[in-house]
Write a protein that binds this ligand. Structure first.
Ligand SMILES: *Cc1c(COP(=O)(O)O)cnc(C)c1O
Length: 392
């Protein structure tokens, strides 16, 4: 008979003792620079809403009008009767936006990654992943049943070493902008090495799309990499685009293959059509309002300059993700709590999300922030870190 959950309770106690216990904060207002937390107004520095579109009036209006037209639920999977005009138009616009032949919507980025990797490789094949890839990419590789190799972070020599003498289809998979470090994958080298070894290349641009490149076309647009260079492009809609969902973009053959074979596409309910319409509205803003990217870059530069002057250990990131590695998990949580007490929401990221001993504050910026928010954060960071080190 069931023993109850006493073992699980013991495990929870161990997590708590290690400073690794995770809990949720209840936010009681739209996502934005200011969030309501336990009745207090807090300045938010941990959202992925990089362009401030999650609550943009035009996006909200598009959603409301689409609800009048489509209602809420999509009713079924895309292949049954859930694929609406809204979904289809968004797919066409995403294909044009990314310069690919086709795009295919998935209900989440996690599902897009699991489904695409497992549809492309299986037993007898091999998948190669950067050690710091997002969990959904790693899980997709494991789920696929292909030989699974992790290479050292951004280390193309290590990747090349793994690629020699491998049979079957080969798929190289990498984050574009690394989600917990903010640095860029060595994309041009990855393209060269994939071509040299006749491997397929898949890039997850969750944190580049909308933010980087002319018109926000993402990291691949920034480097001018075509569909022939990077045949599998994954993007999410819940970050810079401010809505929800994800897509894979690439050739006609790729997309038709995913429609036939990606289980996380076939066996799940389609996104609400109103989400697709809201995303169409946000995509227009992403493309036309480049001031949002310019402003974001100014805020990032201001933060890096100020943090450098304070002697904070920055990472080599030019993206909106600016982690400060603290190392110890408990200390990181203490600093995050001190920041919250001072009115700033900055998340503490701990193992296993990041490697052991590299717990960090993951500071993210949005075009909705102002210079003065950055200055106040720097001030609060300096105080919180000093006091956590017991020097105050
Ligand atoms: C957020 C994220 C995902 C998952 O996307 P969801 O739509 O939130 O499921 C995948 N890859 C990366 C790199 C991400 O940051």
């Amino acid at each position: 008979m069931a023993q109850g959950f006493s073992k699980l309770a013991d495990n929870l106690a161990v997590l708590a003792a290690q400073g690794l216990y995770r809990s949720r904060r209840i936010i009681d207002a739209p996502q934005g620079i200011h969030v309501q937390l336990e009745g207090k107004t807090i300045i938010n520095f941990c959202s992925n809403d990089y362009l401030g579109l999650a609550n943009h009036p035009a996006v909200v209006l598009a959603f409301k009008q689409a609800v009048d037209r489509y209602g809420i639920g999509s009713g079924s999977a895309h292949l049954i009767c859930g694929h609406s005009t809204a979904h289809h138009q968004l797919e066409e616009e995403l294909a044009a936006f990314t310069g690919r032949e086709r795009a295919l919507l998935f209900s989440t980025g996690y599902q897009a990654n699991l489904g695409a990797i497992a549809a492309l490789v299986g037993r007898g094949d091999a998948v190669f992943e950067d050690r710091l890839n997002h969990a959904s990419l790693l899980d997709g590789g494991l789920l696929s049943g292909a030989r699974f190799k992790r290479y050292a972070h951004a280390d193309v020599a290590d990747l090349a070493h793994h690629l020699t003498n491998v049979a079957g289809n080969k798929l190289i998979v990498s984050d574009g902008v690394f989600s917990m470090d903010g640095d860029f994958a060595p994309l041009k080298n990855l393209v060269d090495i994939a071509k040299h070894h006749e491997a397929w290349l898949m890039i997850d641009d969750a944190h580049g799309l909308g933010v980087i490149g002319a018109q926000g076309g993402g990291l691949l647009a920034h480097y001018g990499l075509s569909q022939a260079d990077v045949p599998v492009l994954m993007g999410t809609l819940g970050k810079a685009l401010g809505t929800f969902g994800a897509f894979i973009a690439g050739s006609e053959v790729l997309i038709e293959t995913l429609i036939q074979k990606a289980r996380t596409y076939i066996y799940t309910t389609a996104l609400p059509p109103a989400i697709a319409e809201a995303t169409r509205a946000s995509l227009k803003i992403v493309i036309t309002e480049s001031w949002r990217r310019d402003k974001l870059n100014q805020l990032i530069a201001r933060f890096r300059l100020g943090a450098g002057q304070l002697g904070l250990a920055l990472m080599p990131s030019v993206s909106a993700i600016q982690p400060i590695v603290i190392g110890d998990s408990q200390k990181t949580v203490a600093i995050s709590q001190a920041l919250l007490d001072a009115g700033f929401l900055v998340s503490a990221i701990r193992p296993p999300t990041v490697p052991q001993g590299s717990a960090r504050l993951r500071v993210t910026f949005s075009a909705g922030h102002e210079a003065q928010h950055v200055d106040c954060l720097l001030d609060a960071l300096a105080k919180a870190i000093l006091s956590a080190e017991g020097r105050v």
